[in-house]
Design a protein around this ligand. Structure first.
Ligand SMILES: C[S@@+](CC[C@H](N)C(=O)[O-])C[C@H]1O[C@@H](n2cnc3c(N)ncnc32)[C@H](O)[C@@H]1O
Length: 159
């Protein structure tokens, strides 16, 4: 598979996964959490598909496309661990979380996902969904939409 095809597969998985999750969380209370603003592509899709919920965004830098800058009060600038603890301490709870941190180095990314998992799980409402490219632990892995390769994109439900 070429890198271009791999990129298409990732983008399709993100779009289909977010759309699928947006429908499923409709009956749940709670906010949305974007972990990794980056260029702002998935944030932009989340706010398009889930316009009526608060979307918290964590990143250690603020460098998105100018059209994708989150409202100041919803953006948490800093390291993931500190920002996740801050949200929990403030009593925030999420119906949906999208995990898109990563260095692009598989071992480091898997280690970080494992380390942050309990902090993410603690923020979720019962039945809340977590979408991730990295394996997470301590959450129930569930099947996502049929269009998404289950090896490419992972879906979890909070207990
Ligand atoms: C792959 S990019 C996110 C792409 C973005 N979701 C999009 O669709 O454009 C990963 C982002 O996560 C941030 N990041 C990675 N690890 C982090 C950490 N431990 N704490 C805070 N931000 C982190 C990076 O600064 C980077 O902007």
């Amino acid at each position: 598979m070429s890198r271009l095809e791999s990129m298409r597969r990732r983008l399709t998985a993100q779009i289909d996964g977010i759309n699928w999750a947006a429908d499923l969380i409709a009956p749940l209370q709670g906010d949305v959490l974007e972990m990794g603003l980056g260029n702002g592509r998935t944030y932009d899709h989340l706010r398009q598909e889930i316009p009526n919920r608060r979307i918290w965004v964590i990143d250690r830098v603020l460098k998105p496309h100018p059209s994708c800058i989150p409202p100041e009060q919803d953006f948490l600038l800093g390291e993931a661990e500190d920002m996740l603890k801050q949200l929990a301490g403030d009593g925030r709870r999420m119906a949906l979380a999208h995990y898109d941190f990563g260095y692009g180095v598989k071992e480091k990314d898997v280690e970080e996902g494992g380390r942050l998992s309990p902090l993410i799980a603690a923020l979720m409402v019962p039945g809340g969904l977590v979408l991730s490219q990295q394996p997470l632990v301590g959450l129930e892995q569930i099947k996502g939409p049929d269009t998404v390769d289950p090896e490419r994109y992972l879906f979890y439900r909070a207990g």
